[in-house]
Ligand binder design. Structure first.
Ligand code: C5P
Length: 275
């Protein structure tokens, strides 16, 4: 049995550019893996079998873990069944990339179980076929991502940063939020200059998808303002929401039924998975 950590990510900034003919949007985003993680257990078996402690995720072949297993079978020609158990800690529909991270972790695990026939660069390029955010997890954990998210430019680790993730009970659908994005409603910021500011230690975090997300879930904007009032210096949505990350020295108010977790940036060494 192989047990691996499957970390969440935040988008420290997310600029959405134009809609493409294939229906996706080009984006430019600084992605960062964080210590909030699922734990995945893998072994080879006769048939695929996915189990979880969570009743909120599908356990059939619509789950990205089994899609990743199908992809690995298709690309390598190997025949196997995968037994996987997910201990879910990353909330779903949160913009924290839990499903994408689980898929990347599965590809890494299968490669390890078969004694590493494939480079991680190749795994990252296969991963783009089943989701936009999966390739990122094969970086060291800090990367500037463009295209629909799958073009990954690896960066040195950022300064250690501890912060809070807060997510209301309501989740948001990635497809719905992207479909309601209107470019004229957001400032025309230059993402390369946002990146330079972050690397120079003067980060201004932002997310263009807050506009459609706050329109779909107005209480999320109310929550954002409440968290700023609680003393945080920056409160920004991750991905397509509905989680907010809160930077600075605030203390979250009492939020019953909300997901509230303190976490920090996490990176990995090139020869091992996240630990
Ligand atoms: O690639 P993924 O399955 O994560 O994307 C889910 C949905 O989010 C896509 O079907 C698309 O509607 C939207 N999306 C987008 N532009 C991106 C990434 C996702 O429009 N760059």
């Amino acid at each position: 049995m192989l047990t691996l950590r499957s970390p969440a990510k935040v988008n420290l900034f997310l600029r959405v550019l134009e809609r493409r003919p294939d229906g996706y949007h080009n984006l430019a985003s600084l992605f960062q893996t964080i210590s909030l993680s699922d734990q995945l257990h893998f072994s080879l078996d006769e048939k695929d079998l996915l189990t979880s402690n969570s009743s909120h995720i599908p356990l059939d072949h619509s789950n990205l873990i089994l899609k990743a297993a199908n992809l690995f079978r298709q690309k390598t020609g190997y025949q196997f069944g995968l037994r996987a158990h997910v201990e879910k800690n990353i909330p779903i529909q949160s913009g924290l990339g839990g499903g994408s991270s689980n898929a990347a972790t599965t590809l890494w695990a299968l490669n390890a179980l078969f004694k590493n026939p494939v480079t991680s660069k190749e795994l990252a390029s296969w991963a783009a076929e089943i989701g936009s955010d999966i390739s990122f997890f094969f970086s060291s954990g800090t990367a500037y991502c463009t295209g629909r998210g799958e073009v990954v430019e690896e960066l040195p680790s950022l300064a250690p940063t501890s912060f809070w993730i807060i997510k209301p009970p309501e989740g948001l659908s990635t497809a719905v939020i992207y479909n309601n994005f209107k470019p004229h409603l957001v400032p025309a910021r230059d993402p390369r200059s946002a990146l330079c500011d972050c690397l120079a230690g003067n980060p201004q975090y932002f997310n263009d998808l807050e506009v459609p997300a706050f329109a779909a879930l107005p209480s999320l904007d109310v929550l954002r303002k409440r968290l700023l009032d609680a003393g945080f210096s920056q409160v920004v949505m991750s991905g397509s929401g509905s989680s907010l990350f809160c930077i600075g020295h605030g203390t979250p108010p009492d939020l019953p039924n909300y997901f509230c977790k303190q976490t920090h940036f996490l990176n990995r060494h090139s020869d091992s998975w996240y630990s």
